[in-house]
Design a protein around this ligand. Structure first.
Ligand code: TYD
Ligand code: MG
Length: 471
């Protein structure tokens, strides 16, 4: 007789509990436990089954695994070029045959559009493609394909949500197709009676598909929605299972989108690809700096250009600050595209080490174009923008700033200076404010010699910024 094992899985953190309670004891979320059970002790509740595995395990019956030397012959991973350069770059040079790629993002950001265009581009290069849509009917996908001008006959399409059916279908196809699953939240496995989209269904479906793909050398692209309120019955519970995790980000009301590699077993993480969404789908943006600086006006106070590095690629971004008088006891601080805590730190350092008091002022900071900056080397550009706005003095024409600020006001060394200079030079910038600490680098003089047109000013402390903001 089959035994029904009941467990309650937290939809916020994925923890499994044996008893229901109003609050998850692991993450503290309220009302997040959902009853989920597997028939006959199915293999999907890892924690329940671990005990069983330990009890039944027998060291005697296990086979001896071959141990090999680290210095063995290796073959390069065969890669399939998608034909979309921005995507290929983020993947580290194309899709690795037999790898599993997860594409996460907010609903409506453009994941299905990107994947349909990718499928079309792959099919044009004679790759075999299967597109499984669990969200849209075949007609809906066809309609979208028409709008996007995807005319490849060879893309095979199906609308289903049953993982077993998908596996059976793909097994019967010749060759090693690229399979697109849109999206994992709609998929379900028969063995589990919880609804599609719950943590255990999402995890079990993705697990089953991944094992199948690895066994048959099939390349898998899985779409996963980031669900509301940061609930993670989505990409977060799957990140450890797959080879590559890409996030598609952007503000819905802005045109461009950023595809960012969070994890990549076959390439660099943090690499980004930039796309623009228009009436005929996504188009690639091969020079994003130009796009982000499109309406940069150096004559206005409160703006500074930061020469950043995203993955291996330099990107210039405009940082805007507004310092305004406040009429409330706790002045507002708001940030778009940067870290609010980091802004609080820069404001405090400016106050103590530079003598700029912003405590009774409202401070707004915006990275133009919806870009999100995580590099600490943006500190100096942020400080420049704040000083410029507070004093209402624009920074000298065509200047970029880069440097990390320490709590004592010192300006710390940054990496990849050459790539930053190259991009600044390419876009016609003339002045660079950089950390003095970088002079210690062995090849600093060579870099300077390579860009004689750039006027490079090194500073060691935040108070040195004074000379740039004098009337
Ligand atoms: P979609 O790919 O369906 O998003 P996701 O799969 O991530 O949920 O994209 C939907 C949005 O993209 C929708 O708001 C309309 C917009 N869009 C365009 O602007 N142009 C286009 O050519 C297409 C196909 C979509
Ligand atoms: Mg979609």
């Amino acid at each position: 007789m089959s035994v029904k094992k009941t467990a309650y899985s937290c939809q916020n953190c994925g923890a499994i509990h044996f008893k229901w309670s109003g609050k998850c004891t692991d993450c503290g979320a309220w009302n997040s436990l959902v009853e989920e059970f597997a028939e006959g002790g199915g293999s999907h509740f890892t924690r329940l089954d671990d005990e069983k595995i330990i009890k039944n395990s027998s060291v005697k019956n296990s086979r001896i695994v071959d141990l090999v030397s680290l210095n063995g012959q290796v073959q390069d991973f065969p890669r399939i070029k998608t034909g979309i350069n921005e995507l290929d770059r983020v993947l580290g040079g194309g899709l690795v045959q037999g790898s599993v790629v997860l594409i996460g993002g907010d609903p409506g950001i453009g994941k299905s559009t990107l994947l349909l265009q990718t499928a079309n581009s792959l099919a044009k290069n004679n790759n075999s493609i299967i597109y499984i849509s669990g969200e849209e009917s075949v007609d809906q996908v066809r309609l979208r394909a028409k709008r996007l001008d995807c005319d490849c006959e060879s893309i095979k399409l199906a609308s289903t949500t049953n993982v077993a059916e998908i596996i059976e279908t793909v097994k019967n196809q010749k060759g090693n197709p690229v399979v697109i699953i849109d999206s994992i939240q709609t998929m379900f496995l028969d063995g589990l009676s919880s609804a599609p989209g719950t943590v255990s269904q999402v995890r079990a479906s993705a697990g089953e598909l991944t094992i199948f793909a690895k066994k048959h050398n099939i390349t898998l692209l899985i779409v996963s929605h980031v669900t509301k309120d940061g609930q993670i019955a989505g990409p977060k519970v799957l990140e450890h299972m797959v080879d590559t995790v890409l996030y598609f980000e952007g503000e819905k009301d802005l045109h461009f989108r950023i595809l960012r590699a969070i994890k990549n077993r076959f390439g660099a993480a943090n690499e980004i690809g930039v796309f623009e969404m228009n009436e005929i789908g996504l188009s690639e943006v091969s020079n994003p700096s130009e796009l982000f600086l499109a309406s940069y006006d150096y004559k206005t106070s409160g703006t500074t250009v930061f020469a950043g590095i995203e993955g291996s690629r330099p990107i210039l971004a405009e940082i805007q600050a507004l310092v305004a008088p406040s009429f409330i006891p706790t002045p507002r601080r708001a940030v778009v595209g940067w870290d609010l805590n980091r802004l609080a730190m820069i404001i405090a350092v400016l106050n103590t080490r530079f003598g700029l008091n912003l405590f009774d002022k409202e401070v707004y900071l915006n990275i133009v174009g919806g870009l999100k900056i995580i590099e600490t080397s943006a500190d100096l550009a942020v400080a420049c923008a704040l000083i410029s706005s507070a004093r209402d003095i624009p920074l000298e024409n065509s200047t970029i700033a880069v440097g990390e600020i320490g709590l004592s006001g010192e300006i710390r060394m940054v990496s990849n200076l050459e790539a930053r200079f190259k991009e600044a030079h390419k876009l016609g910038f003339k002045n660079c404010i950089i950390p003095k600490a970088n002079e210690k680098n062995k090849n600093f003089n060579n870099i300077i010699k390579t860009y004689p047109e750039l006027n490079i000013q090194t500073i060691s402390h935040i108070r040195d910024l004074n000379k740039f903001f004098k009337k």
